[in-house]
Design a protein around this ligand. Structure first.
Ligand SMILES: Nc1nc2c(c(=O)[nH]1)N[C@H]1C(S)=C(S)[C@@H](COP(=O)(O)OP(=O)(O)OC[C@H]3O[C@@H](n4cnc5c(=O)[nH]c(N)nc54)[C@H](O)[C@@H]3O)O[C@H]1N2
Ligand SMILES: Nc1nc2c(c(=O)[nH]1)N[C@H]1C(S)=C(S)[C@@H](COP(=O)(O)OP(=O)(O)OC[C@H]3O[C@@H](n4cnc5c(=O)[nH]c(N)nc54)[C@H](O)[C@@H]3O)O[C@H]1N2
Ligand SMILES: [Mo]
Length: 749
């Protein structure tokens, strides 16, 4: 009998794993790391899940007649086990055939998804490396998390650091901030997760410290649970998707009361006079007053005026969750928030200005040095075909069509082959029934997965991948001061192979092994990645341990930065010496460039544009559906475990009055539906949910009813969400813009 413990990390935190006789028996958060014990302890359940794929499989009719098989059989037909060698031969042959007949753009390999924490065995990164080495592929650009911000922020701030990496640190807030105004709030469920995995989950402690020192908090959200339970905060319960109107009214109040910081605007910004004209209604005849916003947000005008008055004194930090921009015209809310912070004039001061995402992800504002977690190198893609991530169904439906995207045109490729590893489009895409029919079009779908997810089930060729427990890696998050060794804990299960090993085999068959592996195996690559950490550390005047020491100790805790980060501090200190990378070098409250695109609803400055589908246009019985991040899953990951709620219909939050009006009681089953589809959910009645709003978590395992292919039984909100772009600027996901009807779930006969 042998028993050992090893340290490792995953997207939901750092843990100590117990291994007995070659079996992973337990996992617990590292002491004082603050990671969720419920999520961490799910590791054995995850690794040994009945949903693991035990060997390669091929869809029955595809195996019989590759070119004659009908794509509509995906997800419905039997999957036939085949030998690894035959599966690899089939994949290699199919890649060669499709590229020869239709060109490399016909291979869609964007493969969006979080994969797992290790930076070397990152499935999505390795797939794209392999497809680049073997001849090229159509890629995806942007992400689901902050696709709209990714497009608009470079026009306003010169880059997208404000959402991707930069943040005024909590230490700075604790010391200086008098008022923190949080659009979208600070929901602690989102702090359980960091991309790449973190050693600290201390966001709640930071909030507590700030409160104890005297920072006041305002939570602006349709949901009152968007804050830690112990945090005392004022709640402004606005309608979903109306934040931009509220921000513009706050700007108008500052202007009307002569409290806009004109010195700041003149020195650091461009365009404020034109923006002011818009606020006053000089350009469109509508002044953006508190009364104007009150009608749109369904918030009393007095409450808006009071909030504006509070923001006129002391040090004020404004923040917004990423959810705000995952909505139609989501670009505007981020631009408006920047304009509001600019009018307050505290950008670049300790504890002041704006920061995106405190309420969205663990470790935003955690004091950490950047650049020490190594990332795997990519290879240049011989194809320049690339499509915005959220446009996948549109791309599959309309080969050859062109769309506007951030000042240029994108032509959709004629997709003949889809290759996915490390993502779950049948979790992440909106309007899944639309995706399901578009997905039937290509000739071949290849998926690597450890588990039989909805995407794996909808493949022609499925290759079983190992989990991080079954291989060696290095992990960590750029926002957290740790780098972790991720030692192999157990032998690969059943027939599973590492993604990298699969690609290396395929590369051998396709004659590009040298380009793909560069002659290195796992051990060689991990050492090469660690050398990048050593070099980056050296450049910052630090000494990283050598690889052997790092591997033996299991973690390198990086010394904290010398001073708390203050976003745009250097720019504020010397705008001429440290200009922004915008055309003017300053914050662009008006962007001539965006205006020059001539897109509908984008006048070149923050503006209110009503969504097509929201409470402002809803019929009496319609509710606005919010599909939020799940509390104890990572998207669809952990959805097959008890910790992630496997087998339970997902909760649907309703206000007591809305539940009563629909004859729904707490715990009863409901049908959530609209013209796009329906899903089943379990009602949770709560006055923390604003009237007119229904809220669900994403990430259940999509499970359409066999008898009714527009009904999902698992409770996946993407059965009903809308697959329309934020705007031509971002072409990003708009999951939060969605109306539904809710009624009791019909009793089975
Ligand atoms: N309605 C609605 N939809 C949303 C959102 C929303 O707010 N509302 N949010 C969106 C956002 S922000 C995001 S980021 C996306 C998330 O969408 P995804 O990132 O696609 O979701 P995950 O469930 O993390 O998918 C990762 C997949 O990789 C697999 N995997 C893990 N490790 C490995 C490995 O080593 N090898 C291989 N081959 N596979 C592996 C997992 O099993 C899982 O199926 O969802 C988006 N969808
Ligand atoms: N536990 C857990 N944490 C996660 C993830 C996970 O899967 N599980 N996923 C991670 C990922 S990939 C991402 S991108 C981030 C996403 O981070 P966010 O996008 O910020 O997360 P959400 O939970 O979608 O939304 C945050 C809150 O915004 C509120 N909200 C929704 N719509 C509106 C609106 O129109 N106006 C206002 N004012 N508020 C609104 C909701 O009540 C919700 O609780 O979360 C990360 N954190
Ligand atoms: Mo995300």
């Amino acid at each position: 009998m042998s028993a050992t413990t090893r340290t490792s990390v995953c997207h939901w935190g750092a843990f100590e794993a117990s291994i007995e006789d070659g079996r992973l028996t337990d996992a617990q958060p590292l002491p004082d790391s603050g990671a969720s014990a419920r999520m961490i302890a799910a590791w054995p359940d995850l690794v040994y899940s009945k949903t693991r794929i035990d060997q390669p499989y091929v869809r029955a009719s595809y195996l019989r007649d590759r070119e004659g098989a009908n794509g509509r059989g995906r997800g419905r037909e039997e999957m036939v086990p085949i030998a690894w060698d035959d599966a690899l031969a089939l994949v290699a042959d199919e890649l060669t055939r499709v590229r020869a007949r239709h060109g490399h753009d016909a291979v869609f390999g964007g493969s969006y998804g979080w994969s797992s924490a290790g930076r070397y065995h990152h499935a999505r990164g390795q797939l794209r490396r392999f497809l680049a080495a073997s001849g090229g592929f159509t890629n995806q650009v942007g992400n689901y998390s902050w696709g709209a911000a990714h497009a608009v922020l470079p026009h306003v701030l010169g880059d997208h650091d404000a959402v991707a990496s930069a943040a005024t640190s909590w230490d700075s807030i604790v010391e200086h901030t008098d008022l923190l105004v949080a659009f979208g709030g600070l929901n602690p469920k989102n702090w359980r997760v960091t991309s790449g995995g973190a050693g600290f989950h201390h966001m709640d402690r930071h909030v507590e410290r700030a409160q104890a020192r005297g920072t006041a908090f305002v939570v602006i959200s349709p949901m009152a649970d968007d804050k830690p339970e112990t945090l005392e905060a004022d709640w402004i319960a606005l309608r979903p998707n109306s934040d931009t109107a509220l921000m513009l009214a706050l700007c108008h109040e500052l202007l009307r009361r002569g409290r806009a910081d004109r010195d700041f605007l003149e020195r650091y910004c461009v365009g404020h006079e034109r923006f002011f004209a818009y606020l006053r209604g000089e350009t469109d005849g509508v002044a953006k007053t508190a009364a104007w916003a009150a009608a749109l947000c369904d918030v009393p005008a007095g409450q808006i005026e009071d909030l504006a008055a509070r923001m006129m004194t002391g040090r004020v930090m404004v923040t917004a969750t990423w959810s705000l921009q995952r909505a139609q015209h989501g670009e505007q809310s981020y631009w408006a928030l920047i304009a509001l912070a600019a009018m307050l004039g505290q950008i670049g001061q300790p504890g002041g200005g704006f920061t995106f995402g405190y309420g969205s992800l663990n470790a935003v504002g955690e004091g950490a040095r950047r650049g020490l977690v190594p990332s795997m190198e990519s290879l240049p893609n011989p194809s320049d075909s690339a499509v915005p991530v959220a446009r996948i169904a549109d791309m599959l439906e309309r080969p050859g069509a062109t769309i506007d995207f951030n000042g240029h045109r994108v032509t959709y490729p004629d997709t003949r082959l889809i290759y996915w590893a490390g993502g779950n489009p049948f979790h992440h895409a909106q309007d899944l029934f639309r995706l399901q029919s578009a997905w039937a079009r290509p000739e071949t779908v290849i998926v690597h997965e450890p588990w039989w997810t909805a995407t794996a089930k909808r493949a022609d060729i499925v290759l079983p991948a190992t989990t991080t427990a079954e291989r060696n890696d290095i992990g960590g998050s750029s926002r957290d001061p740790h780098v972790f060794a991720m030692p192999q804990l157990i032998a690969p299960l059943a027939g599973a192979r590492d993604d990298v090993a699969i690609f290396a085999e395929l590369a051998e068959r396709l004659g590009c092994a040298k380009e793909f592996t560069e002659g290195l195996d796992e051990a060689g690559w991990l050492r090469r990645l660690w050398r990048k950490t050593e070099t980056a550390a050296h450049a910052q005047g630090l000494a990283a341990p050598d690889f052997e020491t790092f591997w033996q100790e299991g973690v390198w805790q990086v010394p904290p930065p010398e001073r708390p980060e203050v976003y745009l501090e250097d720019f504020r200190a010397a705008p001429e010496q440290a200009p922004l990378k915008t055309p003017s070098g300053r914050i662009e409250i008006v962007s001539e460039r965006v205006q020059s695109f001539g897109y509908a609803g984008l006048p070149g400055h923050p503006a209110w544009v009503a969504p097509d589908e929201w409470l402002g246009t809803a019929e009496a019985e319609e509710l606005h559906l919010l599909s939020r991040q799940p509390a104890f899953r990572l998207h669809s990951q952990l959805g097959q475990t008890a910790a992630g709620g496997a087998g339970e219909p997902e909760d649907l939050w309703l206000n007591p009055a809305d539940a009563r009006a629909r004859n729904l009681g707490d715990g009863s089953l409901a049908l959530v539906e609209n013209a796009r589809g329906a899903c089943r959910a379990r009602v949770k009645v709560s006055d923390l949910c604003r009237r007119g709003v229904a809220a669900m978590a994403t990430g259940t395992w999509f499970e359409p009813d066999a008898a009714d292919n527009r009904l999902d039984l698992s409770g996946n909100p993407n059965a009903v969400t809308r697959d329309v772009a934020t705007s031509a600027l971002g072409q990003a996901c708009t999951a939060m813009t969605c109306l539904v009807r809710v009624r009791p779930y019909p009793d089975p006969e």
